[in-house]
Design a protein around this ligand. Structure first.
Ligand code: CUO
Length: 676
């Protein structure tokens, strides 16, 4: 297939043959040379069709070509929505490619990349187009800049790709160990974490034509996916002897967490601005962003008041209840503020403007002509410790609503006739003791070639170090005491037992930190059933190969299946971070399993075949389908438990379809090369 992102193919032998009229004025003199920046001697010229009617792109000029593009910025959102519409409206694949080709050098590159990817994601005729992993297209947003100098040197000096050195991306380069938040850098700055976040927001755009924004339970998934990130982050903090994050609930208080990202913005060769310790948020008065902190405070008050009353008012003043079924979904869209918000004039644009306020707090009036910081961009926001504090606050708003709901009762939780007899986790390697999981550091490679502006011939690999764990499996014995097969959903969570000081957590604290590890359907035959599930099949993760293209595929997907994987299937938590780090001396966790009755779980739609990359559906849903689980996201831990259920132990003793196990995660401080 054509590769309409308009980079050279990896073999450097193809060039896109653009119609004369496509060349933007500044390139018209040099258009014959344009290909040469990709290498010499093209063997393939790929013709692009001329357009009868060229799109009028004046609306996009408000975002300069060298400016940063932010999905949180209202002006940028509107520009992106119009460009996406142009891309979606192209009547066929050929004209879509031509339209993209025409627009590519005329609009901001980040804007282009985002809108192009959204369009490819949502058009029926582009199912087989590759979307390059974002870390490969804009690697500057993911790795430290010195790597690029080395990459350039390597590509110039070593022409034989086989002997090229893999450039090392340094570890922990953003702060020293004087800064305690640095202990979490391996999580925040992980390439897989940040590309997942970018991809999630690509699959769930908040703005644009209604048919791509309005997806099943979108608002709820915004809540749940980010809630799970926080549960993971807080647990990871305990592993590193740090207290739970403090939600950023006072917009006037200094922010003690500083952050100096070091990475460069791809567009203007500057590093992203840093934020000093104890910076204070201020009103923003810049060309494309105007914001008063007091407005944000008003929105917060109104949202909280609505939650406490149990209903919101839509734009016509009608009362819409925040009930058990739809409340969280309605709130999700109001708080994030997507075009699905039922009353944006009144409830405002809280979450997005929070990103903006934080991302400009170093230069709120553009006095120093500084751009926004990493918090302004979904590709980079999760690097900053303040991301978790801001989302911690957003999450506390959702939790306030959840707290108001009645606790689940017997009929919501039980599964008549089903008894879980035992639950264990076992490493898949031989002779490992049961219920001990292992974590360590691993070095893996990412191909930077697509995103390097000097057009290296062939691939340039960088090696980065990330947390990894030994693969394991869940072994669950279940008895079905009825005389017919039963269908259910197996839900597996991991909960920390105690906080950073070793103080035990009660059930309500544990449930808020419960990390979803897996969720899968089971059929239970009468009698004893022996269930085994491998950790790599988790419903929240995608494999390494999805996040980064593996070495050996020459950066080209090998078949239709692999092509599909790079699109929707690029959304998903990185498998290497499935479980928390644990501690060197071992750290205890409660592993929890529940088998719920399919009668309450089933969604009215045909089963989705395995091949349709449904492997991260808990975080990302299913493409063009309903969310595959009818229960509230996070069930059974999304609501508080009654006083009669003070502990996980008590809960699992009360319900025979649940079980818990005390397990240990031990961190081994060694670095291992990824097996190729
Ligand atoms: Cu994903 Cu705030 O929504 O970054």
């Amino acid at each position: 297939p054509l590769e309409p992102v308009f980079t050279a193919r990896d073999d450097g032998k193809a060039v896109f043959d653009l119609p004369e009229s496509f060349y933007n004025e500044q390139y018209s003199d040099v258009k014959d040379d344009i290909g040469s920046r990709f290498g010499d001697g093209f063997e393939i010229r790929i013709p692009v069709r001329d357009l009868q009617k060229k799109p009028d792109l004046r609306f996009a000029q408000r975002l300069g070509k060298h400016s940063q593009f932010s999905l949180f910025n209202r002006v940028h959102q509107e520009i992106a929505a119009r460009l996406i519409e142009i891309f979606l409206d192209a009547p066929n694949e050929d004209l879509f490619i031509s339209t993209c080709a025409y627009c590519k050098d005329r609009v901001n590159p980040f804007l282009f990349q985002y809108c192009f990817s959204v369009a490819v994601q949502h058009r029926a005729d582009t199912k087989n187009f590759p979307i390059k992993p974002i870390a490969e297209t804009f690697p500057q947003n993911f790795v430290e800049p010195s790597v690029f100098q080395e990459a350039r040197a390597e590509s110039e000096v070593v022409t034989d790709q086989g002997t090229r050195r893999h450039i090392e991306i340094p570890r922990n380069y953003t702060a020293s160990d004087r800064e305690k938040e640095q202990r979490l850098a391996y999580f925040r700055e992980d390439i897989g974490v940040n590309s997942h976040h970018w991809h999630w927001h690509l699959v769930y755009p908040g703005y644009g034509p209604m048919d791509i924004v309005k997806k099943d339970r979108r608002g709820e998934l915004f809540y749940y996916m980010h809630h799970q990130i926080l549960a993971r982050y807080n647990t990871e903090r305990f592993c590193n002897n740090l207290a739970k994050l403090r939600p950023l609930n006072n917009l006037r208080a200094p922010i003690p967490e500083g952050y100096f990202p070091k990475i460069m913005s791809s567009l203007n060769s500057r590093t992203y601005p840093g934020r000093n310790v104890n910076n204070v948020l201020a009103d923003i008065d810049r060309d494309d962003t105007h914001l008063e902190i007091s407005d944000m405070e008003r929105w917060i008050d109104r949202i909280i008041a609505a939650i406490d009353k149990g209903y919101v008012n839509d734009s016509d003043g009608k009362e819409i209840p925040l009930d058990e079924k739809n409340g969280i979904d309605i709130l999700g869209d109001i708080v994030e503020c997507t075009s699905l918000s039922i009353n944006p004039d009144y409830y405002g644009n809280l979450h997005n403007q929070g990103h903006n306020a934080i991302s400009y707090c170093h230069d709120p009036e553009a006095r120093f002509l500084e751009d926004f910081s990493v918090m302004g961009d979904v590709t980079t926001a999760m690097r900053d410790p303040v991301f978790y504090r801001w989302h911690g606050f957003i999450d506390s708003i959702f939790n306030r609503h959840k707290e108001r709901l009645n606790p689940y009762g017997e009929k919501d939780l039980s599964f008549n006739g089903v008894v879980v007899n035992s639950l264990d986790v076992i490493l898949t390697s031989a002779n490992a003791p049961a219920n001990h999981l292992l974590t360590y550091l691993e070095r893996s490679d990412v191909n930077l070639a697509a995103g390097l502006d000097f057009g290296p011939r062939g691939n340039i690999y960088a090696t980065f170090t990330h947390l990894q764990h030994a693969p394991f499996k869940y072994v669950i014995d279940v008895t079905n005491n009825r005389n017919m097969p039963l269908r259910g959903t197996c839900r597996i969570f991991l909960c920390p037992q105690s906080d950073e000081r070793g103080t035990p957590l009660n059930l309500n604290e544990q449930r808020q930190l419960a990390i979803e590890l897996d969720k899968f359907k089971v059929t239970l035959e009468p009698g004893v059933n022996h269930i085994q599930q491998i950790s790599t099949k988790s419903s929240v993760t995608i494999p390494y190969e999805r996040t980064f293209r593996p070495i050996g595929t020459n950066n080209q997907p090998k078949d239709q299946e692999e092509l599909r994987e790079f699109q929707f299937c690029g959304c998903g938590w990185p498998e290497h971070l499935l479980i928390p780090k644990g501690k060197a001396e071992g750290m205890h966790f409660d592993l929890f399993v529940m088998i719920s009755d399919m009668i309450g779980d089933a969604v009215d739609q045909p089963e989705v075949p395995e091949s349709l990359c449904n492997d991260s559906s808990s975080f990302c849903g299913l493409k063009d389908k309903l969310y595959p689980d009818k229960r509230s996201m996070g069930y059974p831990f999304d609501r508080r438990f009654t006083r009669e259920t003070p502990s996980l132990q008590k809960l699992t003793e009360t319900f025979s379809n649940m079980k818990m196990k005390d397990i240990i995660i031990k961190y081994n401080d060694v670095v291992v090369d990824k097996k190729k």
